[in-house]
Design a protein around this ligand. Structure first.
Ligand SMILES: Nc1ncnc2c1ncn2[C@@H]1O[C@H](COP(=O)(O)OP(=O)(O)OP(=O)(O)O)[C@@H](O)[C@H]1O
Length: 627
């Protein structure tokens, strides 16, 4: 197929996707109970929220005083026969009162806003921390069941989106409700017919709004889903940009990306198209309070039932009620946004956590014991079928076997990235499920294939191994992991940001930084998942030396891909199809196990092919140094 026709097909697919996005079935969210969830994160700032509420209410009532002042001024002006009889002192007094209370209204409102912002940011901070803790305490399988895009969307975008509405609606919603109510009550005090005239447009506006908002929640669900999809695809696109480039998928022809973007756009436009008439109509009807108040007020005035000052006051109040009424319309949207965000967050907050002990339990030694472990990533697809493995304290055990045989899975069970379905994993006689996760983490250091550097400088990445470590200790760990040579090459050395360094370092060099981190951590058990990709002999030898230093005097479990690195292991376990099918030393297995012998032969052949005929043996010799 030509490149053009591939692109056309991708574009067609993108268009089809975009068309179907508006009809895609949205995930229905149950937003019930969102406020309770939100408030469960308010712990530290409940008092401040109540304060924000009180200040806001004081602000509202302070704001009513200037209206009363206007009433008194009009009353003064209309009760005299000529301007000469006007008491300017009275007028100035009420002007002063109006200014004073207006200033108080603004002051209390500002104080309320400050407190409500602090409350909102505290709540959202706790919410983010809650999600992070949940992910930390859930099994890796559970945590990874959520896409990175989905997570990023929730923890960053969605929470950021609700910061402002949340900060405002905490005090403003009740204040505006109260203000609207107070004005209506005031109208009743002036004349109940004026009160009716003032609110006559409200049911009309609400009716129009209700009719126009039919299907609102379903559309909102879909909108949120489309937003999630765009975020997920954008994250995937950026993370996999090298693959996209390698397969010549330009942005315009990368169907998934284009379809997500155009899908979101068409969904939003479609929603706007179907709802804008009703919302615009409702929003223009709701504020028309004067339309009822003026004619009714004039009729009452002409009938002698309303004095001019009260009529003036009614007109001012009719204008004043517009702000809270339109605010309530806008707040409806804001509240929905917050409710949806909290509902989505709840999905993460309710993730099942790994069970763990409350207090550290003393372990007899640092040996690892796996007994009759069965495990499946996906229900019904068992990948480990009764694994028994005993790694004595201070010994060097290697797991070897064909790709997909289950080596990394065994290591993940030791680290409790997942829990066994049946059987057990214990350290020094204590089941890992009974100890706190923090204790397990302090007992085991992991250097895995997919270890990555976290945001921060390279030095900070190493220092993470033991918070509080001195510079000398960090330097010593880096020297032991043979990092200086390549760190010296970087213009900013140890202060290079990890992201920047990530592009400048080879995979093997990145792994040595992770080894330095593990050396600094100095845990008694080391699990090393050898990287498959960095096969150049020089780098490999350096990694081997670093691992040897890392594992001095420790219990070492290596998941080996290059057999030359583990020939000196105390015990090599051959894993095949989710079971340990043979165990012994290198020489024993070479003599007794066909699978191991053939893997060794293949390895020697590959090493010869990679670096000349003598390298395989040299590598084999070097492997003896792994400890
Ligand atoms: N996260 C996962 N979800 C579902 N299945 C998985 C997952 N990780 C691994 N598997 C499957 O479990 C089996 C064992 O995988 P594992 O990664 O343990 O093999 P391995 O021996 O370490 O392979 P390799 O040498 O290629 O790294 C494989 O069939 C694999 O497809």
């Amino acid at each position: 197929m030509s490149e053009n026709s591939t692109q056309d097909a991708s574009e067609d697919e993108a268009k089809r996707e975009a068309r179907s996005s508006s009809s895609r079935k949205a995930r229905t969210r149950n937003t019930r109970g969102w406020f309770k969830t939100l408030m469960s994160f308010a712990g530290r700032c409940r008092g401040r929220m109540i304060l924000a509420e009180i200040l806001s209410i004081i602000s509202v009532f302070s704001g009513l005083v200037p209206f009363y002042s206007i009433y008194r001024i009009i009353d003064e002006a209309t009760s005299v026969a000529s301007p000469a009889e006007m008491s300017w002192d009275v007028v100035m007094f009420w002007v002063g009162i109006a200014i004073l209370f207006y200033a108080l209204q603004q002051l209390f409102f500002a104080a309320s806003t400050v407190n409500s912002h602090i409350s909102a940011y505290t709540i959202l901070g706790s919410l983010r921390e809650g999600i992070a803790t949940k992910l930390m305490n859930a099994s890796l399988g559970t945590a990874r069941s959520k896409s990175i895009g989905n997570l990023k969307n929730l923890v960053i975008d969605r929470i950021e989106q609700i910061e402002i509405p949340l900060a405002h609606f905490i005090p403003e919603l009740s204040a505006n409700l109260l203000l609207a109510l107070a004005i209506v009550v005031w109208f009743v005090v002036i004349d109940w017919r004026l009160a009716l005239a003032c609110i006559v447009t409200v049911p009309i506006g609400l009716l129009v709004l209700t009719l126009g908002m039919q299907g609102y929640y379903k559309m909102y669900d879909g909108y949120m889903d489309e937003q999630d999809r765009v975020n997920s695809v954008v994250v995937e696109y950026i993370e996999g940009i090298h693959v996209v480039k390698a397969f010549n998928q330009a942005t315009s022809s990368y169907a998934k990306f284009s379809s997500a973007v155009t899908g979101f756009l068409s969904y939003t436009l479609e929603w706007m198209r179907t709802s804008w008439v009703a919302t615009s109509l409702a929003m223009s009807v709701l504020p028309t309070t004067l339309l009822g108040v003026v004619p009714v007020g004039i009729a009452l005035y002409l009938g002698g039932e309303l004095d001019p000052a009260s009529f003036g006051l009614a007109c001012v109040l009719a204008i004043a009620v517009v702000t809270p009424v339109t605010y309530l319309g806008k707040a409806f949207n804001d509240i929905n946004l917050v409710a949806y965000c909290i509902t989505d967050a709840r999905e993460f907050l309710e993730l099942p956590e790994l069970t763990q002990g409350d207090k550290p339990i003393a372990v007899a030694d640092y040996g690892v014991e796996i007994s009759d472990a069965r495990f499946s990533y996906i229900d019904g697809v068992e990948v480990l079928h009764g694994v028994d493995l005993s790694v004595p304290a201070g010994s060097f055990t290697a797991l070897v076997g064909p790709s997909g045989s289950g080596k990394s899975t065994i290591a993940r069970l030791i680290m409790r990235h997942w829990d066994v379905d049946s059987g057990s994993v214990s350290i020094g006689g204590v089941d890992v499920r009974k100890m706190p996760l923090s204790q397990l983490s302090s007992l085991v250091s992991v250097v895995s294939q997919d270890d990555f550097l976290l945001d921060g400088t390279l030095r900070e990445n190493v220092a993470m191994g033991r918070p509080g470590a001195s510079d000398e200790e960090i330097d010593a760990a880096c020297r032991a992991a043979s990092c200086e040579e390549f760190i010296g090459r970087l213009p900013k050395g140890w202060d290079t940001p990890a992201g920047e360094a990530g592009h400048a370092l080879s995979g093997g060099e990145r792994q040595r930084i992770c080894i330095a981190r593990a050396i600094l951590k100095d845990a008694p058990i080391v699990v090393f998942d050898e990287a498959t990709a960095f096969a150049d002999p020089e780098n490999e030898a350096r990694i081997q030396r670093s691992v040897a230093r890392l594992s001095e005097g420790k219990t070492l479990v290596v998941i080996a891909h290059r057999l030359s690195t583990i020939t000196a292991a105390d015990c090599i376990c051959v894993v095949n199809d989710g079971q340990i099918v043979a165990r012994g030393t290198h020489d024993e297995l070479l003599a007794q196990n066909d699978l191991y012998a053939s893997m060794w032969k293949a390895h020697i052949g590959a090493a010869d092919w990679a670096a000349g005929s003598h390298v395989g043996e040299a590598a084999a010799q070097e492997g003896g140094d792994a400890r």
